[in-house]
Design a protein around this ligand. Sequence first.
Ligand code: P6P
Length: 277
Amino acid sequence: MQEIIKAVQDIAIKISEVLKYGDLGYAASSNATGDTQLKLDILSDEIIENRLKELSSIKAIISEEKDAPLSVNDGGEYIIAYDPLDGSSLVDVNFAVGSIFGVYKGSLEARNLVAALYSVYGPRVELVVCDDSVKLFRLNRDNEFKFIKNLELNQKGKINATGGTQKGWSDSHRAMIKSLFDDGYRLRYSGAMVSDLHQVLLKGGGLFSYPATTDAPNGKLRVAFEVLPFAYIYEKAGGATTNGVNDSLLDIKIEQTHQTTPCYFGSKFEIDRVKNG
Ligand code: P6P
């Protein structure tokens, strides 16, 4: 696992540098989910693929930007599913974006997650590493990631990060979101999942939701690369998650590599509100 953490640190440094001066244009291609790819999406994916292919412990890598898994080492024990540049469409307005990694032992199933990591490329470059605890690291002047603190969610928070096209929300979702605002919660939503979830985690809690909508009946966020890694992190940080009805996003079965799901991440109080109204 240490070689994976070191590789992700190297990847985060490289991608953060590319973002500063890279070409913001679109490539001629689109990914398996149908998103038009930015040149930065493809470049970030290449940086990650080239670095992870060096690791003997990795059996295969699965990228949001690639249709199929890529075999790396038959003797490896880990599968890494990753989103190379989450929120990439916001780089042109200089918003914080990031990379998300789920480390699965053996096969691509939620119960086989043994670690999750994500980087945030913002005013600072930060890395969250979660095996048993949730640890925040920050890049220093010497290009080293220094440990800052452990991250934990309060039982109840103050932030309401509301994803999805509001016109397409169900009446019950709309009423639940409104009830939080009526209780004084603050709207904090950038459109980059990695940054929005990082904020809820660092500000002590609240709710991030991307529900089923009329235009995205299975939600928009991808199970293997985005939802499960963050569900693992939020639950290790003392929070909770659900797809709106189940007890945990980690109960989801991965049937297709690029499948999506409605998702809610947050403090226990807010997730209880989602499930029980
Ligand atoms: P919407 C970014 O494209 C992304 O995949 C996530 O990072 C983010 O949470 C979501 O889409 C935003 O989607 O529909 O609110 O623009």
